[in-house]
Write a protein that binds this ligand. Sequence first.
Ligand SMILES: Nc1ncnc2c1ncn2[C@@H]1O[C@H](COP(=O)(O)OP(=O)(O)OP(=O)(O)O)[C@@H](O)[C@H]1O
Ligand SMILES: [Mg+2]
Length: 505
Amino acid sequence: MKKIQKLEMVNISKSFQGNFANKDINLHINSGEILGLLGENGAGKTTLMNILYGLYQPDSGEIRINGESVKINSPIDSIHHGIGMVHQHFMLIQNHTVIENIALGYEKTPFFFPKIRIRDKVVEFSEKFNFAIEPYKKVWQLSAGEQQRVEIIKALLNGADLLILDEPTSVLTPQETKELFRILKDMKAQGHMVIIISHKLDEIMDICDRVTVIQKGRIAGHADTANMDKRSLARMMIGREVLFNVNREPLPRGEQVLKVSNLHVIGDKGLPVVKYISFDVYANEIFGIAGVAGNGQKELAEAITGIRPIKSGAVFAGKKNITNMSPRKIYDHGVSHVPEERIKFGIAPGLFLYDNAILKQHHLEKFSKNMFLEYGRIKNHTKSLVDSYKVATHSIDVQIKNLSGGNIQKLILGREISEKPSLLVASHPTYGLDVGATEYLREQLLKRRREGGAVLLFSEDLDEIFELCDRIAVMFQGEFTGILDSSDKEKLADIGLMMAGSVRY
Ligand SMILES: Nc1ncnc2c1ncn2[C@@H]1O[C@H](COP(=O)(O)OP(=O)(O)OP(=O)(O)O)[C@@H](O)[C@H]1O
Ligand SMILES: [Mg+2]
């Protein structure tokens, strides 16, 4: 196949059940370019890229490579044409090694000594692009960044000239993001082209040459990033100003809603990942936990909410000891949870939107009577969640897996906040949300705080932590390197060092 010099999508339209997701979309990309694809949650970005990758067929329009019209009927066709894609949710097989995963998707897996030959290829590509990757590790042992590198290598081995990345940084640590961008810049220098979808406007400004913005399925505009800034990008996306800052008024501390004492938790690899941690959270407070991902934050959240067993120590919700209770019981004691692995723990993908809108709440009196679910009420409740959280969907009678990534997230957030829990445990609640939805969510968290709720916020976004939190704990290798008041600017200046474990307060 000839190398792609220029790729165009011309007048592409696509509908699902009579509702268009893409309408008359035109975009192009040249070799050596990085193009950002922007738009609100549900704008149609993933759909458009799935068309380019051959997962969906457009209803009309065409794809041109080097000026010639091509038909892409499946991912196999797109790979033949030199197009590779890394999806919004990774698609690797967890129990297989890196090599085995690559062999599965590899067009040219050799018949003899496949593993050795593929390993040689992996090593060759790792050296070419300066990747760090261990071919014999199982996928479940890899961090998100490593899994992503496996996906990228898979695409490059198949000869991808164009690499499509759907929200590649939402699961990465800041260090991993830096590493990814270095790799993408190397690829660009070697004449590859990249299309990247992201809601993080700083990143788009950093890495992209140009952007194409989609609004409600149609092109809203194209621009060179050199002529744009964060605000003008946001305006182009959602058609209004976004504030990028929120107002957190001081409030007196309320009652204690969470007490964690000497909590000790074992991780998936059999080693301690949360080591004898103690802290309290109070009503009218947002308590932030900052740190580089992989330092025990995920396991701490899971232990508090009942998803992961507690080895020793105790957790109290108010006065009630909830240590090692089931998630459902913990929920009934006023603790709700927006999990980090939302597709796995947050929803039932094959169920309808309205079923998902009341997960863990179906036994509440307002939704059921004499053991029968009251679908009329459930649907009304779902409609009001969909309205207030602006979940983009044509109907509530659809399976939730058909919603866009950001809209699934909005529904989970709405569900967990709407019951007014005394404590909301929120892991990266704004991941995957567009700028408008992020602003709305932050306002909702502050509203819970004002109304007497508490929030335990896990985030790697320091701006988010500083803006929202009353107190901030920094987590490093399963321990807190300090719990600081957000007014303590002097000590907070050391937060980077605390995150690296080299300063403790
Ligand atoms: N297989 C499908 N069946 C029905 N509707 C679908 C399907 N795939 C996508 N849609 C709808 O198409 C629209 C666009 O979704 P898409 O996933 O492309 O959005 P997106 O721009 O990627 O959003 P996000 O930023 O939230 O990921 C949404 O309204 C979505 O519900
Ligand atoms: Mg998407």
